[in-house]
Ligand binder design. Structure first.
Ligand SMILES: Cc1ncc(COP(=O)(O)O)c(C=O)c1O
Length: 397
């Protein structure tokens, strides 16, 4: 038996999953979804249960009612008036992203990403045979001075940068947002250099403090910005309702490489009614009230149980805390000991393509029930303490 299994605290089964950005099931609007599903099946069963290809088959853009509702929301939220044909409904933002990569990234192409960024994106870029250029992030998001150096270097190498992917609001894993000034400048750079600017907006509406930031999609006049979004983080990921919105020729290219037959016609209709009944904003208000509390409980528990062995900022929104371990703590030991105690967090290096992030981990506070947060983080604190070198006084340097 290893030393750390002796002090094992029994977790509630599955309760301490801090590893993934999964919504709290307590927030799911089950009753509304059940009621609206019954309504759709009563009112339009044939369309809801049929393929949704329509007269333009085999081009699949998604249920036009939902595309219209999304366009309406974008106009109200982002101040950008788009036609419903500038929206494609996808199976989550993930499909919007993989369609974008399929349409725009080929072998040898170069795309700039935040460093750190969502780990899956790095894998998909690699699958396309393309190359991700990491652009460091500071407290104001992606460093555009570094991006500009890459833009010049790529041009000089005869391979102009194809795209920039930015989780501009509440980046995962850091929770940092691109500042207003940098948003403006990045949109300008996309117009000047002609690259595709992909704005992943899935966390943007989970704001607990501070002022809403203007989306880059809302500022795009040159037709270079594609915004990806979904109902996953704000309503329920099992719906698999997401979308991409942007200039017609870009949306058209996504639709052109699409190989499936679209998302569920039933759920697209259900969620269209959900939006048209005005249920989304009050729901987001409830969800953000819960996550704000969970963020604060998680941050307080980290301070209390991990003390000066960790450092972290408290983001204004999103689902994550990005935690740096003190130099005296062995990061791999923390992950292993935490796993033994039933606690999972995601190792920081997974969010970098270049070996960075080894002293960090990402803690998602969204999924673990509120009442379990402190106990789970106390167990994490024990794992951190157990992984601290004792040669310098309990691992504190
Ligand atoms: C940055 C980012 N984009 C997109 C997604 C995927 O969301 P969806 O469920 O809409 O496919 C995630 C989910 O973890 C994410 O972290």
């Amino acid at each position: 038996m290893s030393a750390h299994t002796e002090s094992r605290t029994e977790p509630s089964p599955g309760a301490w999953l801090f590893e993934a950005g999964i919504p709290d099931p307590a927030t799911f609007p089950t009753e509304d979804v059940a009621r609206l599903t019954a309504d759709v099946l009563r009112d339009e069963p044939d369309a809801a249960l049929q393929y949704g290809m329509g007269p333009q088959a085999p081009r699949v853009q998604g249920y036009e009612g939902l595309r219209g509702s999304i366009a309406g929301r974008l106009a109200a939220r982002d101040g950008r008036s788009v036609d419903r044909d500038q929206v494609v409904v996808t199976s989550g933002a993930v499909q919007a992203l993989t369609l974008t990569f399929a349409a725009y990234l080929g072998p040898g192409d170069v795309i700039a990403v935040e460093a750190p960024t969502w780990n899956r994106v790095l894998a998909w870029i690699q699958h396309r045979g393309a190359r991700a250029v990491p652009v460091p992030v500071d407290g104001d998001g992606m460093r555009l001075d570094v991006l500009e150096q890459h833009l010049a270097a790529c041009r000089d190498a005869g391979r102009p940068l194809a795209a920039v992917y930015a989780i501009a609001t509440f980046n995962t894993p850091t929770g940092v947002s691109l500042s207003t000034e940098r948003r403006r400048r990045l949109v300008e750079l996309a117009a000047e250099w002609g690259f595709l600017l992909i704005e992943d907006n899935v966390y943007a509406e989970l704001r607990y403090d501070g002022e809403r930031l203007p989306s880059m999609f809302g500022q795009d006049r040159a037709g270079r910005v594609l915004q990806l979004d979904s109902l996953s983080k704000v309503v329920a990921p099992g719906l698999r309702i997401g979308w991409a919105a942007g200039p017609p020729e870009i949306v058209d290219r996504l639709v052109g490489v699409r190989a499936d037959l679209g998302v569920s016609q039933l759920l697209a209709r259900v969620m269209d009614r959900y939006l048209r009944e005005g249920l989304l904003d009050p729901h987001i208000a409830e969800v953000t009230t819960l996550y704000r509390r969970k963020r604060d409980v998680a941050a307080a528990a980290l301070r209390e149980h991990c003390g000066d062995r960790v450092r972290f900022g408290v983001p204004e929104g999103g689902m994550f805390l990005w935690v740096e371990l003190d130099a005296a703590v062995d990061p791999a030991g923390v992950i292993a000991r935490a796993a033994d105690a039933g606690v999972s967090v995601r190792a920081g290096e997974r969010f970098f393509g270049d070996g960075g992030g080894r002293r960090h981990f990402r803690l998602a506070y969204s999924y673990v029930p509120e009442a379990e947060l402190e106990r789970g983080i106390a167990a994490l604190g024990a794992a951190i303490a157990g992984s601290a070198s004792t040669t310098n006084g309990g691992g504190r340097t």
